[in-house]
Structure formats: structure tokens, C-alpha cells
Design a protein. Sequence first.
Length: 416
Amino acid sequence: MTDDREPVAHPGHRPGASFHEMWRDLLPIGRHTETGGYRRYAWTGADADCRAWFRAQAETRGLGYEEDRNGNQWAWLGDPAAGDAVVTGSHLDSVPDGGAFDGPLGVVSSFAALDELRSRGARPAKPLALVNFGDEEGARFGLACVGSRLSAGQLSAEQAHALRDGDGVSLARAMERAGYDPEAIGPDPERLARIGAFVELHIEQGRALDETAHPVGVASAIWPHGRWRFDFHGEANHAGTTRLEDRRDPMLTYANTVLAARKKARTAGALATFGKVGVEPNGVNAIASLVRGWLDSRAPDEETLAAVVGEIERAAVERGQRDGVEVTVTRESFTPVVEFAHGLRDELARLLGGAPVLPTGAGHDAGILSASVPTAMLFVRNPTGVSHSPAETAAEDDCLAGVTALADVLEGLACH
Ligand code: HGY
Ligand code: MN
Ligand code: MN
């Protein structure tokens, strides 16, 4: 579905008005006018506007709205204390200049699926909840899935309080400025104990479904993945008067490390990306004193991932020895391999009439929660496979097919 031109409705297909209105309300929030990308970072104004949107959708539908100790938003149908709740949802924050669908499609579809369930006259026998997990992308503080990791006890309050953004603002300060109590954050086992199943709908970040006749697929697994910060310490000097042989230029070591990362990943059947870099002092006519490069690496299994990152680190250090540059590496985020609960996975595939089952290299809150509760994911077809980009898109029919699939799943899990 295009993000701001009139969507082209499939002939004879009346788009779900509520899906459309929700999508339109959400679309302008945090969208950068020049790039068309989204900058919805944790605990910023755009994040607050997204949260206000979520709360309004919940309250308009008469759902029990609450925020948990970590700022995640919940909208309940039924009594949470009854337990064995069927929960669905995703996130509303974005990567820098991300697309409109990564996260929001899951949240909008959750409300639309609940509307569809109600229009069917379905009567849930279990509590239902819709959730918006905070800070899934980690775009501001560098760690993915902060909201769900805190609740699942995979990130301690102390570790969270140590997080700083690029301006040195702490997570705690940012939460306070947004009106939240950073002293309250921490594990939430009681809340997670109330969940019988969590299902996250998400745009596919890849093109596997595009090669099938299926608009919706079911996730089997998430590749292990992580983020490592490489610091290349060189020596500042004059670009115009320092002989080449006298330089300790960290940019040289960084550049060779980027090339080595691609080579090591390709050889191992893994992925390695340096997508973020910082240079000090960052002057055109000055040799850098420090280059900071962030590596995102992912692989089909943890052993391969560890081997690839180790080889990239060794290549960086060896090149640094040639360049007179010291290299230090810090792991900033890591998510182990996720194998979604086989019973739930197979139940969803059955409920969806034999939908394709596929792995992904993208991390999700469902992956974090899978250590605590039975979780599953639905993927909506992405015709280009592009994500983490303003060009991310999905066909309107496929988005609405995702809503129907999610309603079928919620009905199958909560109403029988
Ligand atoms: O980086 C990821 O895989 C996810 O989009 N947070
Ligand atoms: Mn993402
Ligand atoms: Mn996402």
C-alpha cells in the first residue's frame, strides 16, 4: 500500500474503513518531510504521539487501557487476572528513516482484527490484549527490544539505566522527560504469567512470500543476531602536512574492516553490516583521532555468528597493528536464536489453511518473549522485500488479508 497517495483499492474490494482511518491517523506521526522516512525514537515527541494514538484506539473501543512498569502499552478485552490471555501487537517506534509498516502494521492490524472478531460476533473465552512494546528498534539507545527485554527480565534496570543516546542523554532522563518513572522499570513476571499465547503480525522483511501465492506466512525462527561497536583509536593530525608513512589513520583500519566483514560473512553464509559510523573530530582537513563503527551481524546459528564476528574482530585488530591504530570491540546488543513454539506455529499454519512457514533474520519482540511465553509470528507479504527504508511497502489487499488472518488466529486461539 503506498504510504501517502490514495491507496488503489482492489476492484470490488471495499477496504476496511477502520484499518484505513487508523493507518491515516498514524501515518504523519514522526515522518520526515524530506526523506519520507520515520524518526519515531524512544521517549521523544513522536513516540508520545504514537502512544497517544494507541491509547485513543484502545479507549474508543472500550478496552481496558494500561501501561506497565516499562512503559509498554496494553489494551485489554476481558479480565487480565483470568490468565491464559491471547495477546497480539508489535511496536510503533522506528529505525532512522524507517518505513511505515515495520511495527505499525502489526499494531494497526491488531485493532482491526479485534474489530473483525467483534463484527463476527465471536465471544472470546479468554482475555484478549493488544500491546505496543516500547523501543523495539533501539534506534536511540542502541539496544533492541528494550521494552520487552525489561519485562521479560532479559535486561536489568541497572543495565537499562546505563544506556545513553548519541547526545549523552540517559534512558532514565528521557523517560522522566516523557513523564515516566525510570525507577519503576524492571522484570514483570506476573504480567507475562497471564499470557497464554503472544502472536505478532509483522510485514515480512524479505521476499519469500512474494514468490508464493500466499499473502500471509507463519514464522518458524529468528536468526541469532547482535550489534558490536568497533572503536578505532588513531592520531589526529593535519591532512595537508602529515606524510602518509607518519599517519595513524583510523579511517583506513575502519574501511578495511568493512571490506573484511563483507568477505567473512559471504564466506560463512552469514550477514554483516556496518550501517552506522561516527568520526572524531570529523573535519575534512584533519586525520581522524577516532572512528566508531557499529557492526550488525546475523547468521543461521550462534556458532557461525560467533565465528564470523570473531574473524571480523581479528581482521580489524591485525589491520590496526599495520596502521598504528588500536581497535576495541564492545558487544552492545545480542539476541540468541529463536525457535518459535512448534505447537503454536503449526496451529497457526493450520488455522490459515496451510500458510507457508519461514524463518527470518529480523529481530522482534515476539523473539524476546519466546523465552517466557508461547509466541508466534505472522508475516504479511512484502512485494519488494525492502524494509528499514522509506521505500518499505505492502499491497493494501495483503494488509487486509493479514487482518483477516490475525482475526482467524485470535478466534481460533481465544474463542474455542
Ligand atoms: O533489527 C531488527 O532485526 C529489528 O528490526 N529490530
Ligand atoms: Mn525493524
Ligand atoms: Mn519490527
